[in-house]
Design a protein. Structure first.
Length: 161
């Protein structure tokens, strides 16, 4: 199906193919196949039970198959965008990693410190980060609280012009 899709659309429209399977390696294999066929973008959806952690081989495989942006980045599983930026920031854009537990119940100072320290390496590097939580924002995060989070992102994450 990817072969027919890529051949039919090549040069006419931008294309994206989503790839997922029952295990991470086959999801990556499928993404690599799509990238080799010339699609413009590949979305890799690893199985929901895969804990994306500091598995360097997995990150290298994702980069090799053409991945440009990675999300979600679960803070609860030990992923830290500060470390990932230092290791992969030249090759990946990161989306998320602000801990929803802190959003819901952390002190204002805790969430500000997390946002400031997670965004500052990207501000210093001139980009490479898209704001989002580390997962879906749960209903325990009030609208007022989410407004605070967005204000903090604006305060600490805006690049100088």
């Amino acid at each position: 199906m990817v072969d027919a899709f890529a051949a039919e659309t090549r040069g006419r429209v931008l294309t994206q193919v989503g790839c997922t399977w029952l295990n991470s390696r086959d999801s990556i294999r499928m993404a690599r196949y799509a990238a080799e066929r010339g699609v413009d973008g590949v979305q890799v959806a690893l199985p929901f039970w895969t804990e994306l952690n500091d598995d360097e081989v997995l990150f290298e495989d994702l980069i090799e198959c053409g991945l440009q942006v990675i999300q979600p980045l679960e803070a609860k599983s030990g992923l830290d965008v500060r470390r990932l930026q230092a290791q992969y920031g030249e090759r990946l854009t990161f989306w998320g990693n602000i801990n929803v537990i802190n959003m819901a119940s952390g002190a204002d100072e805790e969430i500000e410190a997390e946002i400031r320290t997670k965004l500052s390496p990207f501000v210093a590097a001139g980009g490479g980060y898209i704001y989002h939580s580390d997962h879906s924002v749960p209903p325990e995060v009030s609208l007022e609280r989410y407004g605070l989070v967005l204000d903090l992102v604006r305060r600490h994450g805006i690049l100088a012009r």
